[in-house]
Design a protein around this ligand. Structure first.
Ligand code: HEM
Length: 488
């Protein structure tokens, strides 16, 4: 009797979840209980979404088990949703696997936080801290420049030997965040640094894997400890590592001399400690620092890998960038952000790398914060929303050659840089990428430093690398080898 009752409750709950209400966006008919989960190709969801949008239009719905989802596609819909209805879709769906490790209530940092006061405070504080970073000390720009020079030296030391740049680029980009969070960079072979990077890599894989998705969809299973441990083991270690770093900072803390993000956060905690409704506490310090790593390393380093891949595949573009570098910066002086405006071609190439690389094709899932009407459809509060950025970055109505690497997308007939509204690799609106300015700085300084000092080639004994992506949480290039030739 008990089992039948539970089955009946499940069924009623499920039937309720299938009741979409009037004017809900149309979508493909799914299977009982599973919904549309088997109809989406997980290796290439944007391709499935492209086909579905041809059949159901640019706003369509899906059902995964109990969860209703709406997918937005194309430039016009995305503008209406992300810009005009920004607040209505600014919430985030919840991922129950993080709750047992302290991400509950208002302790979720930024990326995973519900839209509300805690998210606002953490986001505003982090943006301001990044903007003012290193006031009077080493600026963010100096730190990025230093890292780009270190990485270039390692590239040079490879001489004529072919190598895969993935690992080194990842080290350098992670080091920029280490420098922000912990005040200093690490040598690439430092054991602590190696361990930290290993943990982030395994955590990202486990948390975006199938088991994690199942646990998030059926939270009852989280109660089985060994299942949760299989996904969260690297995360436990990472949190322990961050706690240790924070304790070390507390031990050596001088409120009048902030060395890094953690120090500035500790000052803020001290300032507001009498305020019982504050969101500045140790749990949010851990979550927000974690966010800087989680959101700020893989994204930038994958984009740089696309950049080098396009340079070896399109050597004429590489030569033109180098010509512009020689003209504007020369071979002696280090590139600075002040050079950007004088370098329309290089700037266009970096934009085209991001458009074509399309590294976060579905952004992060949003959730409707209140009922919202988009394109005449009614989407109730609490619905998961997928913003298909890829459908905008490759929109056939907008781009001349949507599927090709074509830097002229960002240049007018006089060679001037043209800003394009459909360029949204960082998403847009309230939840837009918090690290956009930092990422743009890293991409420009790393890229120009590379090409000022080196020319990149396909090793002579190796085939032309593939240009299509591997789909995971991000779209990344297949591993490839390069050979460097020094220019100076
Ligand atoms: C969110 C892209 C680099 C921090 C996002 C989102 C995208 C994105 C698409 C989701 C926005 C949404 O939910 O609508 C990128 C790309 C990068 C990059 C393409 C590099 C090329 C960075 C860096 C940092 C960072 C360097 C850190 C300093 C964040 C944070 C969020 C976020 C904290 C969550 C914002 C929120 O929920 O309010 N990013 N990102 N990102 N990014 Fe980035």
């Amino acid at each position: 009797l008990g089992i039948s009752l539970i089955a009946l409750l499940f069924l009623l709950d499920f039937m309720k979840s299938r009741n979409n209400g009037p004017r809900f966006p149309p979508g493909p008919k799914g299977f009982p209980f599973l919904g549309n989960i088997l109809q989406v190709d997980f290796r290439n969801p944007t391709q499935t979404f492209y086909q579905m949008s041809k059949e159901f239009g640019n706003v369509f719905s899906l059902q995964y088990f109990w969860k209703k989802m709406v997918v937005f596609n194309g430039y016009e819909v995305m503008k209406e949703a992300l810009i005009n209805r920004s607040e209505e879709i600014a919430d985030r769906p919840q991922f129950p696997i993080y709750e047992p490790i302290g991400y509950s209530g208002d302790h979720k940092g930024i990326v995973l936080a519900r839209y509300g006061n805690s998210w606002k405070e953490q986001r505003r504080f982090t943006l301001t801290t990044l903007r003012n970073f290193g006031m009077g000390k080493k600026s963010l720009e100096e730190r990025v420049t230093e890292e780009a020079q270190c990485l270039c030296s390692v590239f040079k030391s490879k001489k004529a030997d072919p190598f895969d740049p993935q690992f080194l680029i990842n080290n350098a980009v992670s080091n920029v965040i280490c420098s922000i969070a912990f005040g200093d960079r690490f040598e690439y072979d430092d054991a602590k640094f190696r361990h930290l990077l290993h943990l982030f890599e395994t955590a990202l894989k486990a948390e975006s894997g199938l088991l994690a998705q199942i646990l998030n969809e059926i939270p009852l299973l989280i109660k089985i400890p060994w299942l949760l441990d299989r996904v969260m083991q690297p995360e436990y270690e990472l949190i322990a590592f961050l706690k240790e770093m924070i304790s070390e900072h507390r031990r050596t803390w001088n409120p009048n001399d902030s060395r890094d993000f953690i120090d500035v956060y500790l000052v803020e905690m001290e300032k507001v400690k009498e305020n019982s409704s504050t969101s500045f506490n140790e749990a949010n310090l851990i979550a927000t620092t974690y966010d800087l790593f989680g959101a700020g390393t893989e994204t930038t380093s994958t984009t740089l890998r696309w950049a080098l891949l396009y340079m070896i595949l399109y050597p004429d573009v590489q030569s033109k960038v180098q010509e512009e570098i020689d003209q504007v910066i020369g071979r002696e002086r280090k590139p600075t952000m002040g050079d950007v405006l004088q370098m329309p071609y290089t700037y266009a190439v970096i934009h085209e790398v991001q458009r074509c690389g399309d590294i976060v094709p579905l952004a992060l899932p949003h959730m409707t914060y209140r009922d919202v009407e988009i394109e005449g459809y009614l989407i109730p509060k609490g619905t998961t929303v997928i913003t298909n950025l890829s459908s905008v970055l490759k929109d056939q109505q907008v781009w001349e050659k949507p599927l090709q690497f074509y830097p002229k997308h960002f240049l007018d007939e006089n060679g001037k840089f043209v800003k394009r509204e459909a360029f949204i690799p960082f998403s847009a609106g309230r939840r837009a990428c918090l690290g956009e300015q930092l990422a743009r700085m890293e991409l420009f300084l790393f890229f120009t430093t590379f090409l000022q000092q080196l020319t990149f080639e396909i090793p002579s004994d190796q085939p032309r690398p593939r240009e299509d992506p591997i789909y995971a949480l991000t779209l990344s290039p297949y591993p490839y080898n390069i050979r460097v030739v020094p220019r100076v």
